[in-house]
Design a protein around this ligand. Structure first.
Ligand code: SF4
Length: 237
């Protein structure tokens, strides 16, 4: 099968977007939160664990520490018992207390609504910043987690290996006003249909535009994908 041109890939991306809108019109962040502070904390806690596991512990955590001021005044050892059911909880306790202290000390007690401010907080990398920017502040940003990385590879939207390069490829393929939706919808699709080990291609609404259909387990690592639709290299954003 011939290599896909950039224009053809863009048209296919448009069809995938339409398919995702059809499949998941209400796709959104599945972490529970009521304000940017809670979303920031929940997203930091969600690293290498599930949203379901985080949603089980955050009600008690936010009841005890409802504001940045309250969490900033805590000692990480006080927080640990409340989050001990998730992995890396000691480091995460340090991160969320550290983030709260910086928010109080350097940002007037409010979660910063810009990338530089967010990425200066302990425990907040680019993915977490993108979640907060897009979901809490409605800004154009796309969070690339493990599901988005896997789906981008299988769907032939990016052949890059790093999250940052994959993010750049996806930002180029989709309209800015859909960046947040694409992230949520790909995560939903990864959780519901296109899992890492057992993608259900026979039930997948995107199969007609997916170069990995029925051979997806060979494409868990995007760099292993070799079946047409190659994405051309591009500069970093
Ligand atoms: S066709 Fe298969 S590999 Fe492609 S997106 Fe659907 S479930 Fe995933």
């Amino acid at each position: 099968m011939p290599r896909e041109s950039a224009a053809e890939r863009k048209r296919r991306a448009s069809r995938i977007l339409a398919g995702l809108i059809d499949l998941y019109p209400e796709a959104e962040c599945e972490l529970s939160f009521v304000d940017p502070f809670q979303l920031l904390v929940a997203t930091i806690l969600s690293a290498q664990t599930t949203d379901v596991a985080v949603n089980k512990i955050t009600p008690a955590l936010f009841a005890r520490y409802p504001t940045p001021d309250a969490l900033a005044a805590a000692d990480p050892s006080d927080v640990e018992p409340l989050i001990a059911s998730i992995g890396l909880f000691r480091n995460k306790a340090k991160s969320i207390v550290g983030a709260a202290r910086r928010i109080v000390g350097d940002f007037g007690g409010k979660v910063p609504d810009d990338r530089a401010g967010l990425e200066s907080l302990p425990g907040c990398g680019r993915k977490t910043a993108n979640v907060v920017l897009s979901t809490a502040f409605g800004k154009a940003a796309m969070a690339v987690d493990t599901h988005v990385q896997r789906l981008a590879g299988r769907l032939g939207l990016s052949k890059a290996e790093g999250a940052r390069k994959i993010e750049d490829d996806l930002l180029d393929l989709f309209p800015e006003e859909r960046w947040a939706f694409i992230s949520h919808a790909l995560i939903w699709h990864g959780r519901r249909v296109c899992s890492a080990r057992s993608p259900r291609c026979g039930e997948c609404g995107l199969a007609t535009d997916c170069p990995a259909a029925f051979s997806a387990t060979k494409v868990r690592n995007p760099s292993a994908r070799r079946r047409s639709y190659g994405a051309s290299p591009r500069k970093s954003r």
